[in-house]
Design a binder for this molecule. Structure first.
Ligand SMILES: [Zn+2]
Length: 206
């Protein structure tokens, strides 16, 4: 089973996501992994020229035909709420590039599930919605069903799988729609995979 969302090399393979623009060269050079190019919502406000960013992302996706997009998303936690305007603009630029190049987008979402759902629904209505993965998914099952209806997939790490509400959040998500991730804790990968297999019943997880 590959690592569906990480920022560190993993010998299991998987998707390695950039956090800032300075990361793109690094993730593109990791052997055996799929790079994702983007700017994390925590750094969205640091992007000086969004148009320049959009042209550059477009160029990198042309040059890396199997690359994905991200990490992007929305974070309305106390620490990052004041940068939401910048986050929204960057999110739209990532989603647009991913749709144009038909790539998967890695989405981060903290205290913004309803807004993110609205954005994706609007894109679905306009036929401009790319494939999306919601990483570190911790929304309710009702919310998960709304995202599933848009074709979304999910990834979860040890923190999410260890939560007291993990069973109600993850057990009812269909096979093939939820996957393990190590995110920023590569040392947790083996335990994450083991717990994921135990919770999901071990079907088709080789
Ligand atoms: Zn991440």
């Amino acid at each position: 089973m590959k690592d569906y969302h990480t920022h560190h090399p993993n010998t299991a393979g998987g998707s390695i996501c950039a956090v800032t623009r300075a990361d793109w060269e690094r993730v593109a050079a990791v052997p055996g992994m799929t790079p994702a190019f983007g700017v994390h919502p925590w750094h969205a406000h640091e992007v000086q020229d969004p148009a320049d960013f959009a042209f550059e992302l477009d160029d990198w996706l042309y040059r890396h035909p199997s690359a994905e997009v991200g990490e992007t998303g929305l974070d309305a936690s106390d620490k990052w709420q004041h940068t939401l305007e910048a986050q929204r603009l960057l999110l739209h630029l990532h989603l647009g590039a991913a749709f144009r190049h038909d790539r998967l987008v890695h989405l981060h979402c903290v205290r913004c599930h309803a807004e993110l759902l609205g954005i994706l629904k609007e894109r679905a209505r306009c036929n401009t919605l790319p494939r999306v993965l919601l990483h570190a998914w911790n929304g309710s099952h009702e919310m998960a069903r709304e995202f599933l209806a848009l074709g979304a997939i999910f990834s979860v790490g040890l923190r999410e799988l260890s939560h007291s509400r993990a069973e109600e959040r993850y057990a009812r998500i269909p096979e093939g729609k939820i996957f393990p991730e190590s995110d920023d804790a590569p040392e947790n990968w083996a335990r994450t995979l083991a717990l994921f297999r135990l919770m999901r019943g071990g079907l088709n997880l080789r």
